[in-house]
Design a protein. Structure first.
Length: 231
């Protein structure tokens, strides 16, 4: 796609899982049901009916995908990701560690950053869906399908991302008690605290990309439709 946005399918979830594992959470290695089966467990009867309605959706505005609309959305996607990434890279700088840093203020700062990421990406996803509703039948139906998936998986998604602050709190405590950490040496916080902030930033960046992947998928579909109609 244009504006420097590219996709590497599957890379963001894998990177998030690897980061969680590296931060101290053991990834489950046992055999799991196939993806389709695991996904179906999240859909109740009501969700299935909504999914059927989305598949049968017929747009009342069968327009032609407009490249100008797409470019505007792509630029907004890039701008929002840039601003969120900038905020993530400042994580921890507004916390005064003092002589004996504790995990609590860092967890609070992490939760505030997560809320900002979640709110901004949710608004962006809603905006892209609304723009697609009058950009042709295919995109309108895709927007309906995405809305169903978004609503159905919201609770599960929240549970998954709730692991991040818990994992990082454990990591904070592990680092401070390692040889050279403040708890053992009695000295001011040094490299261990800087290392913690770097690991937290890495996890937050991975979460950001995971939350943006559905938006990127919608934009890729939009791009394909525009290309098809201008061949």
């Amino acid at each position: 796609m244009s504006q420097g946005i590219s996709a590497d399918p599957g890379s963001s979830p894998a990177r998030l899982l690897q980061s969680l594992t590296a931060a101290g959470t053991q990834a489950r290695k046992e055999s799991l049901p196939c993806f389709a089966e695991r996904l179906s467990r999240l859909f109740g009867l009501g969700d299935t009916m909504k999914l059927d309605d989305a598949l049968a959706f017929r747009s009342r505005q069968p327009g032609i995908p407009q490249s100008a609309v797409l470019q505007g959305l792509v630029q907004e996607f890039a701008r929002n990701r840039r601003l969120l990434a900038k905020r993530i890279h400042t994580y921890g700088t507004d916390v005064d560690p003092g002589d004996h840093p504790t995990a609590e203020p860092y967890v609070h700062a992490l939760l505030a950053t997560q809320r900002k990421i979640a709110a901004t990406t949710r608004q962006l996803r809603d905006k892209v869906r609304k723009a697609m509703q009058d950009q042709g039948q295919n995109l309108a139906r895709l927007a309906e399908l995405d809305a169903v998936f978004d609503h159905t998986m919201a609770s599960y998604t929240a549970q998954c991302f709730a692991r991040v602050p818990k994992t990082l709190e454990q990591r904070f405590r592990a680092l401070e008690t390692e040889p050279g950490g403040a708890s053992r040496s009695g000295s001011a916080p040094g490299n261990w605290l800087h290392r913690y902030c770097e690991e937290a930033q890495s996890l937050l960046l991975a979460e950001l990309d995971v939350r943006l992947e559905p938006v990127l998928g919608l934009l890729e579909a939009f791009h394909n439709e525009v290309s098809h109609h201008h061949e």
